[in-house]
Design a protein around this ligand. Structure first.
Ligand code: GLA
Length: 385
């Protein structure tokens, strides 16, 4: 924070009152590619994230600076006239949130100066973009004294990403980052937005994130292709069923009606969405019963379904999950959109060091890449500091 404040003062000068904000990254424990299918997800907020220092301006300019992209310098725009600009790169996220807030009727009389610093590994699928979006949302709320609650800010942040940045994500990332709570995960029904915080109090185990260090792009056409395939499945199922999303189906109902889906690949995509939703609810029940092993088995099934039916893993994520299974993980799966990014594993504390060493070695042998390991600390959601 001290460094960020200094960077702010270097860029923008030291006058006036400064405000500080934080928004975390997120990791999803189970429930993947279910959010835009009206299903359940079970993510948690991380202790790493995006810090922001901001100050109101007297005029209508917004000036944005990031310590992570210092070479790009200060990016400038007009608060009442915000457009996506390719060269503005990372700054399109805060600009987008500022634009959608105003579209939603929140009045911003003046512009602002802001400096960001993030410590989420970039492009790892831990939601650095949703993190900067929510950091911007809380900043706007506090700087302008807006009467807006967190769920509304989460929806606006998702809207900014969908409409301003043009990435068709679901609501999970923004929700986990907005509503996160220390040492808890969130069981979220993405259809109704009903949610429940569930304590994650592992005594003999750790949650470990492993980064494939294979870069992935969420804007990747494959993500949108999966969404379209799921929509096709819903359309075809609606010839006989009164459903709005795949999340409305139990596995039994799906099995009875899957023949209505004409394309075999589309059928596999839908099967994943339906079974993954069911698994997520069951996994949280296991956790509440203290059955970590049961939770871990469902994590493994989730990975296999994402590998075989949804086909979003790829050789790096598969290599990591398989090495984790071989090396004694209670459960291990890819997390986030897939196509690279990270796995999340539950690992007994007494083998943690050898686990990391052996998985690192095997992954290197099998892919030629070096993985990074992080022990997860579950933190709070977006807030003013
Ligand atoms: C990305 C998206 C989320 C969600 C996941 C897959 O993280 O931003 O909305 O769809 O992929 O579960």
């Amino acid at each position: 924070m001290e460094q960020l404040k200094n960077a702010f003062i270097n860029q923008f000068g030291g006058h006036g009152e400064l405000f500080s904000f934080f928004a975390p990254g997120r990791v999803n424990l189970i429930g993947e590619h279910t959010d835009y299918n009206g299903g359940h997800v079970f993510p948690c907020a991380l202790s790493v994230g995006t810090y922001a220092v901001a100050r109101k301006r007297e005029d209508g300019k917004i000036k944005l600076y990031s310590m992570n992209f210092a070479d790009a310098g200060i990016i400038e725009a007009q608060v009442h006239q915000l457009e996506y600009v390719l060269e503005h790169d990372w700054a399109n996220y805060p600009k987008g949130v500022t634009a959608v807030f105003q579209e939603a009727g929140y009045k911003l009389e003046h512009g602002f100066d802001v400096a960001f610093y993030g410590n989420i590994p970039n492009g790892a699928g831990l939601s650095s973009s949703a993190s900067i979006e929510l950091a911007t949302a809380v900043l706007l709320k506090e700087l302008y004294g807006l009467d807006v609650d967190m769920v509304e800010m989460v929806k606006l942040a998702q809207k900014a990403e969908n409409e301003f940045v043009g990435v068709n994500c679901g609501i999970m990332d923004q929700f986990a980052i907005g509503l996160g709570k220390k040492d808890h995960a969130i069981l979220l029904d993405c259809d109704t937005l009903n949610y429940k915080h569930t304590p994650i109090s592992l005594e003999k185990e750790s949650l470990i994130i492993t980064n494939t260090n294979k870069r992935r792009g969420l804007a990747d056409s494959k993500y949108n292709e999966r969404r379209t395939q799921c929509e096709t499945a819903v359309q075809e199922l609606r010839s006989a069923l009164d459903i709005n999303t795949l999340g409305d189906l139990t596995p039994e109902k799906f099995e009875q009606h899957k023949h209505l889906i004409s394309d075999k690949v589309v059928q596999k995509r839908a099967r994943h969405a339906v079974y993954e939703n069911d698994r997520t609810v069951k996994a949280v029940e296991k956790l509440n019963d203290g059955d970590i092993e049961g939770f871990g088995r469902l994590m493994n099934e989730s990975h296999k379904s994402l590998r075989d039916d949804y086909e979003v893993t790829g050789k790096e994520l598969d290599a990591l999950a398989e090495a984790a299974w071989e090396e004694g993980a209670i459960g291990s799966r890819m997390t986030g959109a897939g196509f690279g990014g990270c796995t999340i594993s539950i690992v007994p504390n007494d083998i943690r060091d050898s686990f990391i060493e052996n998985v690192r070695e095997k992954y290197k042998q099998r892919t030629g890449l070096s993985a990074d390991f992080y022990v997860v600390e579950i933190g709070d959601g977006a807030k003013m500091l």
